[in-house]
Design a protein around this ligand. Sequence first.
Ligand code: UD1
Ligand code: CA
Length: 489
Amino acid sequence: MSANRPAAVVVLAAGEGTRMKSATPKVLHDICGRSLLGHVVAASRSLFPENLVVVVGHAREQVSAHLAEVDSKVRTAVQYEQNGTGHAVRMGLEELSGSGVALDGTVVVTCGDTPLLTGETLQALADTHASDGNAVTVLTAEVPDSTGYGRIVRDPESGAVTAIVEHKDATPEQLAVSEINSGVFAFDAQLLTDALGKVRTDNSQGEEYLTDVLGILRSAGHRVGASVTGDHREILGINNRVQLAEARRLLNGRLLEAAMLAGVTVVDPASTWLDATVSYEPDATVLPGTQLTGSTHLASGCEVGPNSRLTDTVVGEGATVSNTVALGAEVGPGANVGPFTYLRPGTKLGGKTKAGSFVEIKNAEIGEGTKVPHLSYVGDASIGEQSNIGAASVFVNYDGVNKHRTTIGSHCRTGADNMFVAPVTVGDGAYTAAGSVITKDVPPGSLAVARGQQRNIAGWVARKRPGSAAAQAAESAGGSADSQAPEAG
Ligand code: UD1
Ligand code: CA
C-alpha cells in the first residue's frame, strides 16, 4: 500500500471531445484493450485513494454505464454544463461532501483523456507533494510542441512556479515556454475547496480554470510546487484520432517492452499488438503480424504467429498457433494449430491435438492427441482422445432451428468427406468410410459405410462422346468402344 494515500482522486471526463468526430464519447475510445478512461482509472487506482470520483457530463449515461463495468467502486459526479476544469473539480468535490465524505489530506486531479499516464508518475507526484509540504503540486513536462497547453510560469530568480497561463491567454513571451501543465495535480483538499470558490471566469474562454487555483494559493502565501515528468509522452492528451493512434502506438511499445523484459521473444515489435490485459510466461515467442487481445494468455515455450489474431484465448505450453484467428479458445499444451485456422468460442483443444489448415472449430472439446488436420468444420461436438477426423468433414449441427451435438469417441478413424448429422454418436474405436453421411449412431468398433454404391458403365464415353479426346485416351488405355451393354448398378 502506498505511503501517501490520497483522500480522493478526481478524474475529469465531462468534455465532449468534438475533435474525435465520433458518436462514441472521447473517453470511451479504446487503446490496447481498455478505454482511455479505463486506463486513467486503472492508474488512479494504483494510488489506493480513499475515494475515486469521475466527473461526467457529455453522454453521461453511456460513460457511467461503462465505468460501472470497469470499476464498480468508482463514484460519478455530474457536471451538467462544461464550465471549465475548475468547475468540474468543484462538482467532483461537491458530490463527495454531499454524500457525507469529509476530505482530509490530498486530492489528486487527473484527466480522462491522458491514457499513458502511469501509476508510478502519479505516485511520484503524490510523494513530491507530501515531502515538499505543498498546497498544490502540478505535474509538468518539457514538450517539443507546447501548442494548446497551459504554460508553466516560473519566477526568473528562484525558479518557483508562480502561475499557469492558458495558451489562449498567454503573452508571446509566455507562449515561448516549453514547460507545460499536464492537467494533473495534487492539492491539499481544504485549500483546494476554498480556492475553487474564488476562481473567476474573466478569461478568453469564460470558464472556471482549475489552473487559476495555483495562482490563488500562491498569492495567499501557500507553497506551490511542480513535479516534472521525465517522459513527456506520458502526458499526451487525446483530442483527435491522430493522437489516438499515436497513444496506441506508444502504449503498445511500452507493453511489448514489458513482455520482452519478462522473457517473451517478440520478433517484430513494429507489427505486433498487445492489449494491456494480455498475460504471458517466459520463453513464449510471438512472430510478426500478430495481435493479442483481451484475456489472452501465452504459456511458456508456445509460438504464436505469424499473422494471427488471438482474443481471450489461452495457448498452452509449447503449443504452436500460426496464421490463425482465435476467439475464446483454449489450445492445450503441445497442440498444433494452423496455418489458416479459425477457432471460435468454446473451442477446447486438448494436449498435442492438431487443428490444421482451413479448419473451423466452435464449441467443441477435442481430446488429447486427436487430429482434425484438413478442411473441416467441427461445431458443437465432443471428440475423445487419439482420434483422427478425415479431411473435408462437416459436423452438421444445425437443422435450421436448433443446434445439436455430435459425440465421437477415442481412437476413432473417421473417413474423409464425412457429414456427421447431429445429434449423432460414434463409439470408441469405430471407423467410418470416406464419403459417408452419418445419420445413425455407430457402435464402438464398427465400420460405418453410409454412401451410394459405385457402378461403372463400361464403354459409356465411346458411345456418348465418340471422337472426343477422352474417348481416344480410353481406347489407347484399352477401354473398348464396343464393349457390352451397360450393367445394372
Ligand atoms: C487543460 C488545462 C491546460 C493543460 C491541458 C493538458 C485548464 C484550464 N487547462 O487544457 O493548462 O495544459 O489541460 O491537457 O485546466 N473537462 C471537464 N469539464 C469541463 C472542461 C473540461 O470535465 O468543463 C475535462 C475534459 O473532459 C478533459 C479535461 O477536463 O478530460 C481537460 O479539458 P480540456 O478541455 O481538454 O482542457 P485543455 O484545453 O486541454
Ligand atoms: Ca485536452
